[in-house]
Ligand binder design. Structure first.
Ligand SMILES: [Zn+2]
Length: 92
């Protein structure tokens, strides 16, 4: 079963390579010619872990909530006072 690495959030951007190589889409397992328009999915923005995927597959996964963006992930985190807010109330 094809799958993409689990991560809290993913950076997704359009990609199109001029290299005549072929990737395997991690979302559907089908082949993906590098020269076709597709997307790069990068778990946690870590470029070493990026995967090439079909644009349609990424869009479907996004709609299913499987590829949250960094902003979406942040918005879902419980709010805690930041370090600056905590220091403001601090008295020696
Ligand atoms: Zn695909």
């Amino acid at each position: 079963m094809p799958s993409i690495e689990r991560a809290d959030w993913y950076a997704i951007r359009r990609a199109q390579s001029t290299r005549p190589s072929t990737y395997t889409c991690p979302l559907c397992g089908r082949l993906l010619p590098a020269m076709s328009e597709h997307v790069l999915i990068t778990p946690l923005g870590d470029g070493r872990r990026r995967r090439h995927a079909h644009t349609a597959c990424a869009a479907r996964a996004r709609r299913a909530g499987r590829l949250p963006s960094r902003d979406e992930w942040r918005a879902a985190q419980p709010r805690s006072p930041g370090i600056l807010a905590r220091l403001k109330g601090w008295r020696p």
